[in-house]
Every structure is written in C-alpha cells, then in structure tokens.
Design a protein around this ligand. Structure first.
Ligand code: MRU
Length: 366
C-alpha cells in the first residue's frame, strides 16, 4: 500500500543494500521508520519485541530470518538452530511455525551449498503468496460488503467494526480484515470503520493510520465501545483477523475479540473473520482448550506508551505500585459465534465440514 504516495510492503529485500528491510512498527502512527534486519538476533528481536507483528508478517519475517542464517552457515545444525530460535519468539500465531516448517522441509533435502539461494527465493515466494492470498480475501469480503450496501438506505454507509490491526502492516500487503475495506473503498462503496483501540499495545492506532492514509472514513473507539455501538444499530458487520484458527473453526485473535463476538451475537450483527489458509492449524480442533495463549510483559499493561515530544518512546505508569498485572495477548472465539470465515478460496462456514470442503487437501489431517 502507499505511504505518502510511495508503494511499500511491510517487509522487503533491498537488492542494492543486500539486506532485508522492515517498517519498524514501534514508531507508528507517529513516525515512519525503516529498519534493516541482518543477524539472527535482529530477526528474533524484531518479532519478539513487535517491530513487526501480525500473524502473516511474522511468518514471512521468519522465512527471511532462515534465509539470512543459511547465507552465513547452511549446515543442518544451523538450519535446526534457526528454526528453534525463530519459533521461540511468539507462541500463538501459527503462521510462524507454518513458515518455519515449510522452510525446513524445502531446504533440508538440498545440498548445503544450494540452501542460501533456495531459502531466499522461498522467502520471496512466501511474501508474494501472502499478498495474493490477501488480495483474494479482499475480493471475497467485498462481495459481503456489497450485499450489505445494497440493503442499506441510500446515503447510509456500511458500518464495519474491527479489532486490533489485521491491516497491511500485519501482513506483507493488503491486510486480511482490511483488504475488503480497501477494496470496497476503491469500488466506491461508502463505508465507515469503527477501529477498536486494542489495549494494551493499541494496534488499533496502526489500523487507523492505514485507513487514514487511504482516505477511508473511520473512528477510533475504546475497546469497551463495541457493545454499545452494536446495541444502537451502528455496526452492520464485524471483520477481524486471526492468529490461529482450528480445523473446527475456533478463532484465536487479539485479546478482546471474543467479547466483540459475544456482543455481535447478542445483537444479530454478522461476525466475520478474514482467514488466510496458512493461519489454519489443521492439527487442533478445540481452540479454547488447545491453543497456547501468549502471556506478554506486564509492563505493556501497567504503563502506557507513546512517542514523546523529543521523538523517543515514552512511558507513563497507569497502575498503582504493587498491583499485580495480567497480560494475556489473545483469546479464542468459539466457532458457534462466527458467521463466516473469509478465506482466499471463498467464504466458509466456521465448522469442521465447512473448512474441510473449502480445503479438501487438508481434510485427512483433521
Ligand atoms: O500481537 P499482534 O499485534 O501480533 O496480534 C495481531 C493480531 O491479533 C491480528 O489481528 C492477527 O494477527 C491477524 S493479522 C492479519
């Protein structure tokens, strides 16, 4: 997508500098900064510290991390060490392990001398595939938005609500939940997006920055506002992303998503999840029982971060000294609360049968 008129992806390989570059998301929405990633520590830190974040993007970042490792030392032992180090960065988004497993399965049979080039090519391919998957999710989601628009009184926008940032910054490009929004706006459909703040890390500010940059009407609201907006008929459709969805359609996403799904259910608001196929964990069924939920640093909750007037990241404590703090980063929305899963192949019911019909090549693993 474009930033000040220049097209960007969230991660790319700079051929002149011969290095991987990312948009360093810690500084957004205040400052647009680019950072190089070179060493293995650069890649693991960037994922763990959330310079890059969002399930699809951390998968592709890990693939570039493996490529860097293979350029330095293409041995079997180093391939395994890179897999372990990168996989240990974040536990919930399945795209990370999916990407690492794919790299290892592709590279292990090759002679070590061939691995560096093959790993880099695979990372490029995975980046391009992510862009195409998200473009297609956008097309399939656009059809739903178009249907809703056709039923609205003239002059009223389709009002969408989203949680966290499942935008182009969370993927290589387009985003998952935002792709239908960008494509609807491009198609001239009048939309308005309620953007949940998404404490503690305020990823909603990234979504607002994206929508703002592309002239899409939106309002940034507190995490607790969604139920009220739905009760008053101000939300036509919820679209969120996901970090891991099980074979029976249970959706793990940023903490607070479940509460939005409950409110949507109570108010008959359709609740859709934009789901790229690499985010499906075909080995799991019961998401509440089986998906590991990342517990992050309590400081993310006890302190609020922003960029200070001197251009550095500043923190202010909001909790009393001595209070314990919990910081589960994700929750699971059971399939029964999900109206549909917007995948690159079409919209699937959130059920084992629905997903197996959409992706028959995986059905035997369920
Ligand atoms: O902790 P984050 O910022 O990596 O969490 C991101 C989300 O929960 C997104 O909604 C999800 O990854 C989908 S991104 C297309």
């Amino acid at each position: 997508m474009k930033v000040n008129g220049t097209p960007y992806r969230s991660i790319w390989y700079d051929h002149d500098a011969a290095e991987v570059r990312i948009i360093d998301q810690r500084w957004l929405p205040h400052d647009f900064r680019i950072a190089p990633l070179k060493s293995r520590a650069d890649f693991t830190t960037a994922i763990y510290e959330m310079w890059v974040r969002g399930a699809p993007l951390i998968g592709v970042t890990a693939a570039y991390g493996v490529a860097g490792d293979m350029a330095r030392d293409p041995s079997d032992a180093n391939l395994d060490a890179a897999w372990e180090a990168l996989n240990a960065t974040r536990p919930t988004a399945i795209n990370l392990r999916w990407a690492l497993d794919r790299c290892r399965a592709h590279l292990a049979p090759l002679a070590p001398a061939d691995r560096a080039a093959a790993a880099m090519q695979l990372a490029h391919d995975m980046a391009d595939e992510d862009v195409e998957i998200n473009r297609r999710i956008g097309q399939n989601g656009l059809a739903i938005i178009r249907d809703i628009a056709a039923r609205k009184p003239a002059g009223e926008p389709v009002r969408l609500l989203t949680h966290c940032n499942a935008g182009w910054l969370a993927t290589v490009d387009w985003g998952t939940a935002t792709s239908p929004m960008f494509q609807a706006a491009e198609a001239g459909i009048d939309i308005h997006v309620w953007v949940d703040e998404t404490r503690p890390r305020n990823q909603g500010a990234l979504t607002a920055w994206e929508l703002n940059s592309h002239g899409v009407s939106h309002a940034y609201v507190t995490d607790n506002a969604g139920g009220h907006l739905m009760q008053h008929g101000l939300v036509d459709m919820v679209i969120t992303g996901t970090d891991r969805t099980t074979a029976q359609g249970d959706v793990c996403n940023k903490i607070g998503t479940y509460l939005k799904a409950l409110a949507a259910h109570d108010n008959n608001v359709p609740f859709y999840v934009a789901l790229p196929s690499p985010t499906i964990d075909w080995t799991l069924r019961d998401g509440v029982a089986q998906i590991p939920i990342e517990e992050r640093n309590p400081r993310e909750v006890s302190h609020v971060q922003g960029v200070g007037s001197d251009g550095t990241i500043a923190e202010v404590q909001v909790t009393p000294q001595g209070s314990d703090v919990g910081n589960p980063a994700f929750d699971v929305t059971p399939a029964r609360l999900v109206t549909g899963l917007i995948t690159e192949r079409g919209v699937s019911p959130a059920s084992a049968d629905g997903l197996a019909a959409m992706f028959p090549e995986h059905a035997s693993r369920v």
